[in-house]
Ligand binder design. Structure first.
Ligand code: TUI
Length: 315
């Protein structure tokens, strides 16, 4: 059995990306029912919201699921308390080093799978007791690191003994097969699940992903030290202009905070895809249609197997 399936308790070694404001109980349950690990993204919400979403997932599926902890959130301690009390099977973390929380989570019986963007952090979280790591390349949507999936994955694989799950730029069977070749034993997928039928994001957000081509995303916030990949629109251009005009990262951040406030919710819930923040990975260009989450999962792994067989002659 695949190590990652064993750790997750799933049929397929796939984790749904923790898209802030997007990944809630409806999508998480659909992914888990489809044989993957559905994730509730807790970033930006309070402890009561999280507890309620956990209860909702449990009504919709009896399969394992997870919660993502966005480590920059000020209420992180309360969110961790909920995760432990509710005995959530798996936690993924993002945007920081979860080292100091791993012991508490493990003692509560929670599996911990941090997202890392460098070899150094992968090594540190393995030492702190992580069950696996997600190596996320800069192709991913939202908050990103610097190194591409193609370069990051094999370097993390060489540096740790725990299973490596690759993320960033994977949206079909070709991506699955590619990262298996790099040594990953599983995948995390975000952008393609945004257009899942069960995903509650506004129809305009889904349409923006489906319409996007290879060059339609950009990273805003590089000058502030918090780069975020989004689809290029009016807001993104405004932020890039602010960054160009600012003399320090702090000055840029203050101005970005003014235009960016509520921008993610504007895109996700109100469908304002020009003035809102439309987080997306670079792979949006191959995402073509809305489909049930279960169909996306089955299709990706069937395709990967077929590619493996078809391409043997190249070796
Ligand atoms: O966390 C993400 N992606 C995210 S979080 C998010 S929430 C948000 N909402 C509104 C505005 C801004 C953000 C949206 N997208 N991915 C996981 C990830 N973690 N990618 C990169 C990292 C990362 C980067 C540096 C993890 C650790 C790190 O270094 C920490 C250290 O101490 O070395």
């Amino acid at each position: 059995m695949n190590d990652v399936c064993q750790i997750l308790g799933t049929e397929y070694p796939i984790i749904q990306g923790a898209m802030a404001r997007i990944a809630e109980s409806s999508l998480a349950a659909a992914v888990s029912n489809g044989g993957g690990l559905g994730i509730i993204a807790s970033g930006g919400y309070d402890a009561d919201w999280l507890r309620n979403e956990i209860k909702k997932v449990r009504k919709l599926t009896d399969k394992p699921f997870g919660v993502n902890l966005m480590l920059l959130m000020p209420n992180i301690d309360e969110l961790i308390e909920v995760v432990c009390e509710e005995k959530v099977p798996v936690v993924t973390t993002g945007a920081g080093n979860p080292g100091k929380y791993i012991k508490t989570l493990k003692e509560a019986g929670v599996k911990v799978i941090p997202v890392v963007a460098s070899v150094a952090l992968a090594v540190r979280v393995e030492r702190a007791g992580a069950d696996a790591v997600i190596a996320e390349g800069t192709e991913a949507g939202g908050h990103i690191g610097e190194i591409a999936t193609m370069a990051l994955t094999p370097q993390v694989v060489d540096a740790v003994s725990i299973p490596v799950i690759a993320a960033g730029g994977i949206a079909d069977g070709r991506g699955v097969a590619a990262v298996y070749m790099l040594g990953a034993k599983g995948i995390q997928v975000g952008t393609r699940f945004v257009v899942a039928k069960e995903c509650i994001v506004s129809p305009n957000y889904k349409a923006a992903i489906i319409k996007a081509k290879d060059t339609d995303t950009c990273a805003t916030g590089r000058s502030t030290g918090h780069p975020i990949r989004v689809i290029k629109n009016k807001l993104a251009r405004e932020i890039l202009a602010i960054e160009k005009a600012s003399s320090t990262g702090e000055e840029a951040q203050a101005a970005i905070d003014k235009v960016g406030i509520g921008a993610l919710s504007a895109a996700v819930f109100d469908g304002d895809v020009e003035r809102g923040s439309v987080m997306s990975g670079q792979i949006a260009g191959i995402v073509m249609k809305e489909q049930p989450a279960a169909e996306i999962i089955a299709e990706m792994f069937e395709e990967a197997k077929k590619i493996y067989v078809d391409r043997v002659s190249l070796f």
